[in-house]
Structures are given as structure tokens and as C-alpha cells.
Design a protein around this ligand. Structure first.
Ligand code: UDP
Ligand code: MG
Length: 316
């Protein structure tokens, strides 16, 4: 029988969290979704873990036929891992969540209920965001949220929370997207008609460290910016026009000064340097942005697969 509800969990070096995660998750599933008419499945993606995660997941799958493990041949990143699982899920409703127990599995029924009400996408809105997530982890999230709000035009509080539920239609639409760099919450919203948010609890990472360093976050931010909007490119021309206009105004000003004070010497080399640095800086920003888009186009046209599945583990 086709599953009604699918849970998707990306795993990268989470051996310390898997036992507790599985214990809490299986309890929630048994208690909240006992109806045999609405069967569920859980799909883990092992995103190239180097610890015992894969072995532990396969062990779980051996004992529980409703668990499937998609094994990647190496690490491709959280969003690719989620896509890898999306390709496997069959449920009418699909819920994603992190493995580190920052997203309490106990909140799953709340999200499912919202999809059943008819929403296509239900986002978790983290309450009491853990502040011992370091400054470098929360500050970029704030920027991500602000930029996403601007670029997608959908006003949600929290795009970063990966505890989210999607309708079958939205998952199918996302699977049609072949682009490599994408940010699932924003992508989902672009296919959804009815979007809502529910407040969810947010805990500290139970064990291990965040898999996102500053660099990975910067990359994610660029993914978001370039794959959902051309705004930065358009801003380039606006800034260019502004700078050119300023330059022209300054030129006119200097000429006028020359005429009015033929004997005076104009402020000289230093102001010229200031100007020069300003223009050079602006140009570098512009080139950088252009390069970012071109680099991404290059990656897309190569059309490499987003991930490689080595094996799908499932018992029976
Ligand atoms: N993750 C993954 N591949 C990666 C990085 C992370 O599958 O390359 C998984 C990780 O195991 C976890 C989830 O994505 O289940 C979120 O990762 P993390 O908790 O490190 O991110 P944060 O909470 O800091 O945003
Ligand atoms: Mg986390």
C-alpha cells in the first residue's frame, strides 16, 4: 500500500544523534499515526557520512520495513540529500526534518494537520531560537530570511527552519527542477498556492557540531540570491548609473570651481584617490556578482547530476 505520510531526514555524521532521534521519532509515528489506512514511511539520506551513521541507519532499516535509507557515494550537502530522499518518497504528505533534534519530532503531527487542512507548504517557525547557536550561525540566518522575503515576495518569518511539510504536488514540482543549486524552502514556495507557518519548538543541537561553517553558509546565501532573483544583476545597472551620475556631477562641480577661482588649487591627489577607490570597489562588486551568475550558469550547463545514489537500503 502506498504510504500516506513520508518523513525525510538528511544525515551527515550524526552517529551520536541517531539512537535518540530514532527512539523519539518512532514513538511519535506509532502514537500519532496508528491508522493502518494511513501508512507512513521514513526515508533517511546518508549524505556521505564518515562515521557509523550509515551502518546504524541500515540496522534500523533491517528491523523496520517502513524505513528506507538512500546512500550517497559522497557528501553533496543538506539540500541535495533532501532531494535524494524526495526522489524516493511516495507519501501524499512529505515532512522534512533535521537529524540533530533541533527540530523536535513531536511537532510533526501539527504540520501534517495543516497540510490536511489544505495547505501546500507548511513551514516551521522556530520559537526561542537557541542563542548558543553561535553569532556566526544566527546572523547569516537573519540575512537569509530577509533576502528570501525580498526575493520570493512571500512573507514568512523563518525560511531556515527545515522542519517543514509539503503536499505531494509541491514535491513533484520540485523534483522537476533540475538546477543544481537550490534552497528547498524557497523553491517549494514558488510552487505552492497556500502557504502557512506554525510555531515549533527549537532545541539545541543534541550532539555533535553544526555541519555549516561560515563558507557553506555564504554559498547557501548565494544559491538563494542567484537562483530566485535577478535583482542583484538589475541593481548593478542602477548602481552603475548612480555612480556615473555622481562622477559627472563632480566633474561639473570641479569645472565650475576652476572658473570661479582660477587662482585656487583644487583639493588634489587625495580626493582623486578616494574617488578612484570608490569606483574600483564598485567595479569589483559588480564583477564579483556577474562572476557568481556566470559560474552558476557554467555549472548548470555542465548538467552534472546533483547527487549519485550508491544504494537504496530497505528490508523485505
Ligand atoms: N546535513 C547533510 N549534509 C551536509 C550538512 C548537513 O545531510 O552536508 C544534515 C545534517 O546531518 C542535519 C541537517 O542536515 O540533519 C542540518 O544540519 P546542521 O544541524 O549541521 O545545520 P544547522 O542546524 O546548523 O543549520
Ligand atoms: Mg542543526
Amino acid at each position: 500500500m502506498e504510504p500516506y505520510l513520508s518523513i525525510v531526514i538528511p544525515i551527515y555524521n550524526e552517529e551520536e544523534n541517531i539512537p535518540v532521534l530514532w527512539e523519539r521519532l518512532s514513538k511519535v509515528m506509532a502514537e500519532a499515526f496508528p491508522d493502518p489506512a494511513k501508512p507512513w514511511e521514513i526515508v533517511f539520506t546518508d549524505d556521505g557520512s564518515r562515521d557509523r551513521s550509515l551502518a546504524m541507519l541500515v540496522e534500523i532499516a533491517k528491523a523496520e520495513p517502513r524505513v528506507k535509507v538512500v546512500e550517497f557515494n559522497r557528501n553533496y550537502g543538506q539540500h541535495s540529500a533532501i532531494f535524494g530522499a524526495f526522489a524516493e518518497v511516495r507519501g501524499r504528505i512529505v515532512v522534512t526534518l533535521d537529524a540533530d533534534l533541533q527540530n523536535p519530532p513531536e511537532e510533526i503531527p501539527k504540520l501534517v494537520a495543516k497540510v490536511e487542512e489544505g495547505y501546500d507548504v507548511v513551514g516551521g517557525w522556530r520559537q526561542g531560537r537557541q542563542q548558543n547557536d553561535s553569532f556566526f550561525r544566527t546572523m547569516p540566518s537573519k540575512i537569509v530570511n530577509a533576502v528570501t522575503r525580498k526575493t520570493t515576495g512571500v512573507k514568512l518569518h523563518d525560511y531556515g527552519c527545515m522542519l517543514r511539510a509539503y503536499s505531494r504536488e509541491v514535491v513533484d514540482a520540485m523534483l522537476l527542477c533540475k538546477e543544481r543549486s537550490s534552497f528547498i524552502p524557497a523553491l517549494a514556495n514558488s510552487f505552492a498556492k497556500r502557504i502557512t507557518e506554525v510555531p515549533v519548538a527549537h532545541a539545541e543541537r543534541a550532539a555533535g557540531e553544526s555541519k555549516y561553517g561560515l563558507w557553506k553558509l555564504i554559498n547557501l546565501q548565494f544559491d538563494l540570491l542567484t537562483s530566485f532573483s535577478l535583482l542583484p544583476l538589475q541593481m548593478l545597472s542602477v548602481v552603475g548609473v548612480l555612480i556615473a551620475f555622481l562622477g559627472f556631477a563632480l566633474f561639473v562641480g570641479l569645472m565650475a570651481y576652476r572658473f570661479l577661482h582660477p587662482e585656487g588649487t583644487v583639493g588634489g591627489v587625495f580626493s582623486l584617490f578616494a574617488l578612484l577607490f570608490f569606483f574600483v570597489g564598485a567595479q569589483f562588486i559588480a564583477f564579483g556578482l556577474l562572476g557568481e551568475y556566470i559560474g552558476r550558469i557554467y555549472q548548470e550547463v555542465r548538467d552534472r547530476p546533483r547527487y549519485m545514489v550508491k544504494k537504496v537500503h530497505q528490508s523485505k
